[in-house]
Design a protein around this ligand. Structure first.
Ligand SMILES: Nc1nc2c(c(=O)[nH]1)N=C([C@H](O)[C@H](O)COP(=O)(O)OP(=O)(O)OP(=O)(O)O)CN2
Ligand SMILES: [Zn+2]
Length: 151
C-alpha cells in the first residue's frame, strides 16, 4: 500500500481586472498581487535511484506547467495594438484578466479557469487536490475536487 501526501506550491503574479456591474469599487479596473496555491494529492513515488523517488510530483515539473499555462500565458497575451494605451500615456501596467480569460473575473471564477488550464497544460487531474487564489492579503477563493464534482 503506497503512502500518500499532499504537496503545495505557491506562485505569484500581478494582474488587473474589473467586475462589471459590481455595486462597489471593484467595477473599475484595478490591480492585484495574486497569490496562487496549487495542491496535489497522490501516492509518494517509490522508485529507488530515480529523480522522482519520494515525491508525489516534482515541484520543478509543476512549476514548469504553471509558469507556462498560467503565468506566461497571461503575460504573453497582453493586449497590444491600437486599442492598448502605453503606460507612459496613462495605460495600465498590468495585464487585463477580463480580456485574457473572457470570464467574469471573480476569484471564484478564476480558480475554475485555472483548474481547467492546469489540466489542459498537463497536470494529471487525478492528482489535483486544491486550487486556492488569494486576491488580496485577506481574501481568497479555493476549490477542491468536491467543487469540481469529482467526488
Ligand atoms: N466573493 C467575492 N467578492 C469580491 C470579489 C471576488 O472575487 N469574490 N472581488 C472583489 C474585488 O475584486 C476587490 O478587489 C476585492 O475586494 P476587497 O476584499 O474589498 O479588497 P480591498 O483590498 O479593496 O479591501 P479593503 O480592506 O477595503 O482595502 C470584491 N468582492
Ligand atoms: Zn479586484
Amino acid at each position: 500500500m503506497p503512502k500518500y501526501a499532499i504537496v503545495t506550491r505557491e506562485f505569484n503574479f500581478e494582474a488587473s481586472h474589473h467586475l462589471p456591474n459590481h455595486r462597489g469599487k471593484c467595477r473599475r479596473p484595478h490591480g492585484h498581487s495574486y497569490r496562487l496555491e496549487v495542491s496535489l494529492r497522490g501516492p509518494i513515488i517509490e522508485a529507488s535511484g530515480e529523480s522522482s523517488d519520494g515525491m508525489v510530483m516534482d515541484f520543478e515539473d509543476l512549476k514548469e506547467i504553471v509558469n507556462h499555462c498560467i503565468i506566461e500565458s497571461l503575460s504573453d497575451s497582453v493586449p497590444r495594438g491600437p486599442e492598448a494605451t502605453p503606460v507612459e500615456k496613462g495605460g495600465m501596467d498590468h495585464n487585463d484578466l477580463n480580456a485574457l480569460t473572457g470570464i467574469r473575473t471573480t476569484a471564484e471564477n478564476l480558480v475554475h479557469w485555472i483548474w481547467d488550464a492546469l489540466v489542459s497544460g498537463g497536470v494529471r487531474e487525478e492528482l489535483l487536490y486544491r486550487v486556492r487564489l488569494w486576491e488580496t492579503a485577506k481574501g481568497y477563493a479555493e476549490i477542491t475536487r468536491a467543487e469540481r464534482g469529482l467526488e
